[in-house]
Design a protein around this ligand. Structure first.
Ligand code: UDP
Length: 368
């Protein structure tokens, strides 16, 4: 008998497993996929760590979390500064003086502010959705060229039907600063995220290719408590209906050239280009010096789609319907003393990695 069965060998599951093990508890981790690390899984192709399930850039303002991850990996000094490609025009992200200069030719912060003020005038009152929020933050021009197409491709829904908070993830700055994240700490684990998760799971029993929901009864019988990091609606066999998720698909190619786009992430923000972004993996953790500019490169085109059975769920769709339905599932889970729901899918939240770790550390305290 184990003290705890942990369903999912992603970041939440691995942190929980580490914490409980270090507290003297016995744990078993089961993972449906043939590998650990969930959606932060990386693997080497041509000596380059490829982010198989999309770009993951670690960033946090939480000193304790930063200290924690640094116990298990060494981080490089990567700073995310994505470029937006709108029909061949390149803009700096997030929205800052470089962006405003390119968009309007403005030179000073005062001129930029004036432009935004002029354009945001069409929104009166508190923004009720992503479209209104975006226009009120940066004005209509930027909304049309850099937000609308990208957001609608990513979410498959019109911007006026999406929650405002999604766009508030992006900072707006009246300084020349292309650092996408407002975070004190940022970087990519050298050697990849899979190695980080492997270190977290060091010495812990993990069963791969093991689908918990298919073998629920026999697995439940093995442990006192269960930490479940899969989709909460699937856990309850969709008793109250299905939550919606967005999925992403990657077309990955090895190219016989050293440098494809000169940046780790380029967003395609028009509505016509079918992919949302192209990742060039080598720039997340480039080989030192000239070596970066020789040999091959690996790129992934990212396509967003509505999740359907058989796909990997990536993003919760936090609109009104789903949020209300999630609350009902969460109430069921709160009454269920044996199980703890964790992570992006268990809590149906658009978590960043640092939030996942913080939550796992906090919850683990109650399980020790
Ligand atoms: N976004 C946008 N244009 C961009 C990048 C982001 O409008 O070029 C908005 C969009 O609404 C998106 C949100 O910001 O849903 C978060 O985007 P990000 O790419 O940071 O999300 P991730 O998939 O990396 O979590």
């Amino acid at each position: 008998m184990y003290d705890c069965l942990i369903v999912g060998a992603g970041l939440y599951g691995a942190v929980t497993a580490r914490e409980l093990t270090d507290a003297g508890k016995t744990v078993l981790v089961v993972e449906r996929r043939p590998h650990i690390a969930g959606n932060i899984y990386t693997e080497a192709v041509e000596g380059i760590q490829v982010h198989r399930y999309g770009a993951h850039i670690f960033h946090t303002n939480n000193d304790a979390v930063w200290k924690y991850v640094n116990r298990f990996a060494e981080f490089n000094r990567f700073t995310n500064s994505p470029v937006a490609n709108y029909k061949g025009e390149l803009y700096s992200l997030p929205f800052n003086m470089y962006t405003f200069n390119r968009m309007w030719g403005v030179v000073t912060p005062r001129e930029a502010e004036e432009k935004i003020r002029e354009q945001r005038g069409e929104i009166t009152g508190t923004p009720r959705n992503l479209e209104e929020q975006a226009i009120s933050l940066v004005g209509r021009d930027i909304y049309e060229k850099l937000i609308k197409g990208y957001t609608e491709k990513q979410w498959g829904r019109p911007c006026d039907r999406l929650p405002a908070f999604i766009i508030r993830r992006l900072p707006v700055r009246l300084i020349f600063d292309n650092n996408y994240f407002n975070a004190r700490h940022q970087g990519i684990p050298m050697g990849g995220y899979t190695a980080l998760i492997a270190r977290l799971l060091d010495g812990i029993e993990v069963r791969l290719n093991c689908d918990y929901l298919e073998h629920k009864e026999e697995l439940d019988a093995l442990a006192e408590r269960v930490v479940y990091t899969g989709p909460i609606d699937a856990y309850y066999r969709f008793a109250l209906g299905r939550l919606e998720y967005r999925s992403v698909r990657f077309e990955t190619e090895v190219l016989e050239q050293a440098n494809f786009q000169g940046n780790a992430v380029v967003n395609y923000t028009d509505a016509e280009t079918p992919w949302t972004r192209i990742i060039e993996h080598k720039w997340f953790d480039p080989p030192a010096g000239e070596a970066a500019y020789t040999g091959k490169t690996v790129i992934s085109r990212e396509y967003s789609s509505e999740w359907k059975p058989g796909d990997e769920p990536y993003y919760p769709v936090n609109d009104e319907r789903n949020t209300a339905l999630y609350r009902q599932y969460a109430e069921m889970a709160a009454k269920d003393e044996r199980v703890v729901m964790g992570g992006r899918l268990g809590n149906y939240r658009y978590y960043d990695m640092d939030q996942v770790i913080a939550e796992a550390l906090e919850k683990a305290e109650t399980l020790k």
